[in-house]
Design a protein around this ligand. Structure first.
Ligand SMILES: [Mn+2]
Length: 425
């Protein structure tokens, strides 16, 4: 299935009068406050968030999985789904592949299907947290951190293969998330596990092309519940620094203990020029993989406020923006549309913050004033601005509404059947 511009514009026609009214009203009030509305729109149009290939099928929990029907069973179908999302919101022009769930069999046809719907390839993700069929050694007791050299070599080799696959597709980053850790005190040597990880990453780093980034993800717990080798941003940052200029820290919002000040982590990493990428999601308790902005939208805004400031005030390079969520209740595509909208909304709100007034309030220790400035931006309803940016780019004024009235899921079920199941989680 492919959505055409005509289909989307026919959806927009019925909403355009109401949209124009609310956009004009917003634009006028933004303008009065000294904002450059055209500049805001072009920044929103430029923001592109990569869609992870594993999020296009229904996610599961360890208790069960309830498939929604019409799921993409092949990589080409996954790319087609990202194409549909991009057609609707004009903000999802890349897919982030997970290897080995999505190893291309025919590179040219994969690239052709992607370019047909205007999709590129963002970071490729390696997987050493599960054993593959007929694998020679097991990752049960760790991969890059394993005490056995043969297991470490296998895991290093896998990462090198993932880089090769990414190069053929035009990716520019490898994301490494390790499940390595221990579930019981004394299970392994904490120092040796870290040192083995460092040495293994050094081997992988040698194969990272000069114009690539190695993104090191961290997570405090799960699947192990006593220690995780790369447990926090500090450990990731330490390894990235040891490895060199191609290595960066990747922040996954769900990979923090409750109440961690993630915006402060962003600020610190950007000061050091070592923030490489983002995995967006939301969480209430842990790595819940909930829709971005569904639980803590104010925190998301505060994070974006640091990102926006960081981009203008530090030399931190551009980031890989990706969603990393996969839930088991919603239509995965509607969930992704909501996530991308939440990211753009937080970004737009952050762009609205009057940085000069905020700095003045900070200099004058005007604590209440600083809060007023932040919350004035956060509490401005910018949804018509998002709609206008999408409309001008050829997308839908309301992507969820369009997804539903164009009967995307129904058509996909017709095409692929009710029982088609996506590879991956
Ligand atoms: Mn992640």
């Amino acid at each position: 299935m492919k959505l055409t511009l005509d289909q989307i514009q026919s959806q927009n026609t019925s909403q355009s009068a109401e949209h124009s009214r609310s956009f004009d009203f917003l634009a006028e009030s933004l303008d009065k406050k000294g904002n450059n509305v055209e500049e805001l729109i072009s920044k929103l149009q430029a923001l592109q968030i990569a869609i992870p290939s594993w999020a296009l099928g229904t996610g599961g929990t360890r208790f069960g999985r309830f498939s929604g029907g019409g799921e993409p069973a092949t990589l080409i179908q996954k790319i087609q789904d990202v194409g549909i999302l991009h057609a609707l919101n004009q903000s999802s022009n890349a897919v982030s592949l997970h290897i080995p769930w999505d190893i291309p069999s025919d590179y040219q046809s994969i690239k052709d299907s992607a370019s047909e719907v205007g999709i590129g390839f963002d970071a490729v993700n390696s997987n050493t947290f599960q054993d593959q069929a007929n694998q020679e050694h097991s990752y049960k007791f760790g991969s890059l951190a394993n005490s056995e050299a043969a297991v470490r070599e296998l895991a290093v080799e896998h990462n090198k293969q993932v880089i090769e696959i990414g190069e053929k597709l035009g990716s520019k980053a490898l994301t490494v998330w390790l499940a390595d850790g221990s579930s019981f005190p004394g299970q392994h040597s904490l120092r040796k596990a870290l040192e083995n990880t460092h040495l293994s990453l050094q081997e992988i780093y040698k194969d990272v092309p000069e114009d690539w980034k190695l993104l090191i993800e961290y997570k405090p717990y799960e699947p192990h519940f006593y220690s995780t080798v790369i447990q926090d941003w500090g450990t990731s940052f330490l390894l990235a620094n040891k490895l060199g200029k191609k290595a960066y820290t990747l922040v996954d919002l769900g990979h923090h203990l409750p109440n961690t000040n993630i915006e402060q982590i962003v600020a610190t990493l950007m000061t050091e020029g070592k923030l490489g990428g983002f995995h967006f999601n939301d969480s209430k308790y842990g790595d819940d993989d909930l829709t971005v902005g569904s639980v803590k939208p104010y925190q998301l805004f505060l994070i974006f406020q640091e990102l926006v400031k960081g981009f203008s005030e530090t030399n931190n390079p551009p980031l890989s923006w990706m969603i990393d969520a996969s839930h088991n209740l919603k239509d995965p595509m509607e969930d992704l549309i909501q996530s991308v909208q939440a990211i753009k909304l937080a970004f737009a709100q952050a762009l609205l913050v009057n940085s000069k007034s905020l700095e003045a309030a900070q200099e004058n220790h005007d604590v209440a004033g600083a809060q007023e400035i932040l919350q004035d931006a956060y509490r401005t309803d910018l949804r018509p601005l998002l709609s206008e940016a999408m409309r001008r780019s050829g997308g839908a004024i309301d992507p969820i509404k369009a997804f539903r009235s164009l009967k995307v899921r129904e058509t996909l079920i017709e095409e692929r059947g009710l029982k088609s199941i996506a590879s991956g989680l």
